[in-house]
Design a binder for this molecule. Structure first.
Ligand SMILES: [Zn+2]
Length: 411
């Protein structure tokens, strides 16, 4: 076997070709699911996969699957991949790195003349970001069976366009394979992705071995007091909705710190009504986002968030809340995590075990097969913004670790 190493120039060229599509006038990249920019990026990937002689198929919800056969046709394949859609004015690496890295890892295997026992499939999941249709991780949720294909095709975007109609314009016509896979049908799944945080930089590690994907709870809370004159109302006669919301936000910060275990809590949305500079806030609409790597810590921080709403009573502010969504945390598979560490060590890189605070397609894949992720450092921890960047040597390192990992898993 020749040395197994991803060609960094080829990876950077593919990433820049993908980045030519969806440039946003307001900065960064806007590539909504099933848009023309998404389709153009996908055509580039298909051309590179076709050049490798892979069998290219799509499933009924638009996930792309390209298979490199193994010597044992009966053995379950190893999957790797990510997504090509983006958030509005996002970065060029979130998603595309996992796709381009998979393509370049397979090119490296071909150059090294490596044969594997198991087939390797590159998968491009559709609609991961949730920026066009009302939810994210659509493609992988269809693979795991959390969403049926019928439910996916009935989703509608803000303009009323159905997923089915958008898909018909997006992919080549023709028969599609089923999206859902049964447990055991896929041997393992690995996703290469930018970290989107600052943990690897802070630890001086080049590779993150992801042990779990944090789950989340989001709650919408309304604080209702009295709007009144900011000059004529004495402090003791006020019912200030914003002060109750502020106490609650600070209580959430304390709750996450005290619960520990990687729990985080954020009040990222706060609307103050009526919103006048000389009016005491009469009503506040707030949304909190709570995350933790396991259900026990998520439950604990969520219970504290609900209990902390009683601060409103002391201020005579009425409080109502409703849960917007809950996503269960997903544990990654110990054997695949250890395989990521081994692959990093083979390439001479330092790895660090870590939790993903962001949700990825690997969360759903973990429901049907042994899964983990390879993270590479994000410069300054920035992501979902035009400044999203990873040093070129880290991009190449991540894809090279993926190539070794695929070889290890596919045998
Ligand atoms: Zn992503």
């Amino acid at each position: 076997m020749n040395e197994l190493r991803v060609d960094g120039d080829s990876l950077m060229k593919l990433l820049s070709e993908l980045a030519a599509h969806g440039r946003s006038p307001s900065g960064g990249w806007t590539r909504p699911a099933l848009s023309e920019a998404d389709a153009a990026a996908r055509r580039i990937v298909i051309a590179r996969l076709a050049a490798l002689g892979l069998e290219i198929r799509h499933d009924e919800v638009g996930n792309l699957r390209a298979r490199r056969p193994g010597s044992d046709g009966a053995a379950a394949p190893v999957w790797t991949g990510s997504h090509l859609d983006s958030v509005p004015s996002g970065g060029y690496l979130d998603g595309p790195l996992g796709v381009a890295g998979a393509v370049c890892a397979l090119e490296a295997l071909a150059r090294a003349k490596v044969k594997t026992r198991r087939a390797i499939e590159v998968v491009v999941f559709v609609g991961e970001e949730g920026s066009r249709f009302p939810r994210g991780t659509i493609g992988s949720a269809a693979v795991s069976g959390e969403l049926s294909a019928v439910e996916v095709l009935a989703l509608r975007d803000a303009e009323g366009v159905s997923f089915a109609d958008a898909l018909a314009a997006y992919r080549d016509p023709g028969a599609a394979i089923p999206a859902r896979v049964a447990p055991g049908e896929v041997h393992a799944f690995v996703e290469l992705h930018v970290e989107q945080g600052g943990v690897l930089e802070a630890n001086g590690a080049q590779i993150g071995a992801v042990t779990a994907i944090a789950g989340l709870v989001q709650r919408a809370v309304t604080f209702t007091g009295d709007a009144n004159h900011a000059g004529a109302t004495p402090m003791h006669l006020r019912r200030d909705a914003l002060l109750a919301a502020a106490e609650w936000a600070l209580a959430l910060e304390r709750a996450a710190r005290e619960v520990g275990g990687g729990a985080v809590a954020t009040v990222g949305k706060l609307e103050v009504f009526p919103g006048g500079k000389n009016i005491i806030p009469g009503r506040v609409e707030a949304i909190c986002d709570l995350r933790a790597p396991d259900a026990a810590h998520l439950d604990a921080v969520d219970a504290r968030a609900v209990a902390a709403l009683q601060h409103g009573a002391a201020r005579r502010v009425a409080v109502s809340e409703r849960r917007l969504q809950r996503v269960e945390p997903g544990a990654m598979d110990e054997r695949v995590i250890a395989a990521v560490e081994r692959a990093a060590a083979q390439v001479g890189l330092r790895s660090h075990r870590m939790v993903s605070g962001a949700i990825h397609d690997a969360l759903h894949m973990a429901e049907v097969t042994a899964s983990s992720m390879i993270f590479v450092p994000s410069v300054g921890g920035r992501s979902h913004c035009p400044e999203e960047e990873t040093r070129p040597e880290h991009l190449t390192a991540g894809a090279t670790v993926l190539a070794h990992l695929l070889l290890g898993l596919a045998g």
